[in-house]
Write a protein that binds this ligand. Structure first.
Ligand SMILES: [Zn+2]
Length: 357
C-alpha cells in the first residue's frame, strides 16, 4: 500500500477539529471508519467510544474469562472555547489544553458555532491585543502574553458576530497536514496519531485470545477525564494508553534529555510524570519488538502524563503502560512524526494483542 493511501485516514483525522468536550466530528469520523470492525460499539455518557472485539472464538478456553485489554486513544486536541464576545465583535478565549502562547501569534483559526455542522464554521485571525512591534516599548516587546490577552478577529460587523458566536463555541488553530521528507506534520498529531494506531492495529489482528476494548477517549487534554470514566465501565485487566511523547532530539537539548528520537521506532514508555509502566508489560513489549524485528526504543518522560495514569488507578487498579509515538514540537501547529514510527507502533500493538493469553 502506498504511504499516502496508508496515511489518508490519519490525514483526515488530523484535519477534523475536536477539542475537549467538543469531540463530535472526530467521533463521527471514527464511528464511520470502524463500522464492521468490532463486535460492539457504543458511546458512553461522556462521549468516549467503546469498541469491543471479542476474543478469537477458535482459541477461547471454555469457561475461562478472556483478559480485557483496554486501549485508550484520546480523540481531543488542544484548543479553545469562546469565553467572551465583546460588543465590538472581538472574541476572547478559554484554553482547553496546555498552549505555549509564544506559538499563538499571527494565526488563523476556525471558530465552530456548531460542533456537528462544519458549514457554520467561521474563519478568524488570532493575535494578542496591544501595540504592534513597530510602536511597542522595549519592555512590551519582551512580554509573553497570556491566552486571555489574545483576541479572535472574525472580520465581520459586530452585530453579525453577536448573532453567530456564543460562549462555549469551539476554536481551533488552522494548519495544514504536510509530508516533509520521511515525516508527517500536523497540529493534531497529539493525539490523532493514536486513533490511527489503535484502528490500524485492530484491523491487523488475526488471532487473539484477549478481549480488546478499544476506547477513543474524550477530554484527555484537560486531565484524563474520559479515560477514567470509561475504565470504570471496561474494568480492564490490562490498560494501554496510546499517545505521543516528546522527541527532543533537536539542537539545544542534551541527548540524555531527548526522551525519544524520531525514526528510532515505537517508544515503550517506562515512566512519565503520572505513571510507571508495569514492569512485566515493559518487558513484554520489548521482547515482542525484538522477536518480530519491530523498531522500538524505551523512553522516560520526566513531566506530564497520559490516559494510562487514569486506567492504572481505576477500579482497583490494572497493569498499565503507555505506547508512545515519538513526536517533535508537541503542542505547536507543527507536530512532527516519522512515518516509520507510527507503523512500528501499530505493529507492536498488534503483536502484543495477539500475544496476550
Ligand atoms: Zn496526548
Amino acid at each position: 500500500m502506498s504511504i499516502q493511501k496508508d496515511l489518508a485516514l490519519l490525514e483526515r483525522l488530523c484535519l477534523t477539529p475536536g477539542v475537549p468536550g467538543r469531540e463530535h466530528r472526530v467521533r463521527d469520523l471514527i464511528l464511520a471508519e470502524i463500522k464492521g470492525m468490532f463486535d460492539s460499539v457504543s458511546v458512553d455518557p461522556m462521549g468516549s467510544i467503546i469498541a469491543i472485539k471479542k476474543a478469537n472464538p477458535a482459541k477461547k478456553v471454555k469457561g475461562a474469562e478472556p483478559k480485557r485489554v483496554m486501549l485508550a486513544a484520546h480523540m481531543d486536541q488542544i484548543g479553545f472555547l469562546v469565553s467572551h464576545v465583546a460588543k465590538e465583535g472581538w472574541v476572547s478565549l478559554f484554553p482547553v489544553g496546555g498552549f505555549d502562547t509564544r506559538n499563538l501569534f499571527a494565526r488563523t483559526v476556525t471558530l465552530c458555532p456548531d460542533p456537528n455542522d462544519a458549514k457554520k464554521d467561521l474563519v478568524g485571525v488570532l493575535n494578542p491585543g496591544g501595540k504592534p512591534v513597530h510602536i511597542a516599548s522595549p519592555e512590551d516587546r519582551k512580554k509573553i502574553p497570556e491566552v486571555k490577552e489574545f483576541i479572535v478577529d472574525l472580520g465581520l460587523p459586530a452585530e453579525e458576530v453577536q448573532k453567530k458566536v456564543k460562549i462555549g463555541d469551539m476554536v481551533v488553530l488552522n494548519a495544514p497536514v504536510s509530508y516533509i521528507g520521511d515525516h508527517m506534520v500536523s497540529q493534531a498529531m497529539d493525539n490523532r496519531v493514536a486513533c490511527w494506531i489503535a484502528i490500524e492495529a485492530v484491523r491487523k489482528l488475526k488471532h487473539h485470545d484477549c478481549e480488546v476494548h478499544c476506547v477513543f477517549t474524550v477530554q484527555e487534554e484537560v486531565g484524563l477525564r474520559g479515560a477514567i470514566a470509561s475504565a470504570y465501565t471496561v474494568k480492564p485487566h490490562i490498560g494501554i494508553g496510546i499517545d505521543v511523547t516528546l522527541a527532543i532530539d533537536t539542537p539545544g537539548t542534551p541527548a540524555a534529555e531527548a526522551c525519544s528520537k524520531l525514526g528510532e521506532g515505537a517508544a515503550i514508555t517506562v515512566a512519565d510524570g503520572a505513571s510507571i509502566g508495569h514492569f512485566d508489560l515493559v518487558e513484554a513489549f520489548d521482547a515482542l519488538a525484538q522477536k518480530h524485528k519491530i523498531k522500538a526504543q524505551r523512553s522516560i518522560l520526566t513531566a506530564g502524563g497520559t490516559d494510562t495514569a487514569g486506567l492504572q488507578r481505576s477500579t482497583g487498579g490494572c497493569q498499565a503502560i503507555t505506547l508512545s509515538c515519538p513526536t517533535r514540537y508537541i503542542h505547536t501547529v507543527t507536530e512532527m512524526i516519522h512515518q516509520g514510527d507510527i507503523k512500528a507502533c501499530r505493529d507492536l500493538l498488534a503483536a502484543y494483542l495477539e500475544d496476550v493469553k
